[in-house]
Write a protein that binds this ligand. Sequence first.
Ligand code: 5GP
Length: 210
Amino acid sequence: MNYMKVKGSIVVVSGPSGSGKTSLAREVCSELGDKAYFSISTTTRPKREGERDGVDYFFVSKEEFLEDVEKGYFLEWAEVHGNFYGTSKIQINKALEEGKIVFLDIDVQGHEAVRRAYPDVVTSVFVTTKDKKTLIERLEKRGTETEESIKVRMINALHEMKKIPEYDYLLINEDFNEAKKFLTSVAIASLIKTSKYDIDKFIEYWKGNK
Ligand code: 5GP
């Protein structure tokens, strides 16, 4: 008897740009190997130097994005910092059926939508720096943002921080390796959340009345 509602789990990682959430989620996911799947989002944001289509994002035009919205291709989509971002549905459902830990690097709006769609399966982690100064320094060092874009991202960072109570975990990313350990633990534990089980079915199975 199958007493698991869903075999896999979803780990949502959100946080301000520059918090290190993407590197953290990608590294943890790659270390987990076959057990995990990193969802690549679709975006209308221009490609940054060094980014690759199909690896970092699927880069599309606004028209293409809106067509995909019409087709119902996205599990969730949102406008973030003036660009569209969306999570495609098909690969996520496949990875969940295969029992994988699905990593979603999405913003706070995406988190709300995914939690609504998969209330039993989502575990969420908000990643941030220890203070605002560190965040600005990291964004400046990254060198991929204009001064204007950094300003927009700082304003958005504060709005996002106010949503921390909606998350299961708050990860203050001071030491990358420490943060990686925490995220790995959370990801593995997400597979055994009680909400993922149909407890009545489990008890029937456990008693032997299959
Ligand atoms: P960036 O432009 O720095 O790559 O990402 C900007 C923000 O968009 C980040 O907070 C990132 O987590 C979020 N984001 C990336 N992909 C998606 C997505 O598919 N859906 C949503 N809602 N947010 C996303």
